[in-house]
Design a protein around this ligand. Sequence first.
Ligand code: SF4
Ligand code: SF4
Length: 342
Amino acid sequence: MEKRTLGKTGLKVSVIGFGGIPIQKLPMRETRKLIKEAIDRGINFFDTAQGYGDSETKIGEGTKEKRDKCIIATKSPCRTEKEVLSHVNKALKRLKTDYIDLYQIHHVSKPFELKKVLSPRGALEGLLKLKKAGKIRHIGVTGHNPSVLQEAIEKSEEFETVQFPFNIVEDEEDKFSLLRIAKKFNVGTIIMKPLAGGVIPEPSLSLRWILQQGVDTVIPGMVLLSEVRENAKIGEKVYPLSFEELSHLKNSVSKLETQFCRRCMYCMPCPEGIPIYLIQELGDKVRVNVEQVKKMCKETYAKLKKNVEDCIDCGECEKKCPYNLPVRKMLREKHKLLTSAP
Ligand code: SF4
Ligand code: SF4
């Protein structure tokens, strides 16, 4: 497996990492097998989060025998020093480890959130103390808004990594700009949602396209042993797409351009409090042909306080969507999928 240096952390990470979202609904026994397979195939970077159900516990269980061979990254939506201390202690317990290789401040997508994180007694100050105490080794930031992430790494040299969604469909110029800035400041780049939540029909080509943009690691979510094997194979020898492969990939996603929600949240807030971007994401994921993932999406949707049934058809979301998506129609279709019988 090819390894790349994760920016100024100096960590040598496998180009294919392990995204920890979908394992939430796998039984522990299957997760252990999956993680073992990943480690055996050379994957050494495992990304999880406090908010991914029991994912931290499962990653801890799956990696505990080979802890020294694994680089564990986790994250939480901590904004203050006080939150950081309790979140990191909780993560250490769940992960069954004495240290976390990379702790990321999760989902910093609005300027006021960044301000809070960087302020005195903010999350960054707390993480620096924990770093000094040896509980965490490196600090990163994640989010969906490239300009806020860019500001974060320009404002504080303490951020050693940045994690954001990037793929052939979500390839806006501000993401390339973030990549350039990250390289300039020697900040490691971790790519989430490399298959756009499972909607890109050519996973191998998509992963190769991202890796050829010079990112350090991509972290597809995996629940099947076959997915681990296929993805790991791509990382054995990374080579750029040929002209034909690139055209094929572009053709395969051309329809998505006008049908795919980029989760940019520009349509928010909805006057009725409907979490539009989340429903869009769940509605994409529920199409993935894996029973556990379908179940997880449906359960999450069922728990929402507001859903598509609360829509008053005002059309505000469509006026604000920069991609001119037929948001209402999409939401109705996704509601159907998310409420259909198993
Ligand atoms: S059309 Fe529905 S989903 Fe869109 S903003 Fe109005 S109430 Fe919210
Ligand atoms: S519906 Fe449009 S504005 Fe809303 S999150 Fe998706 S892409 Fe962004």
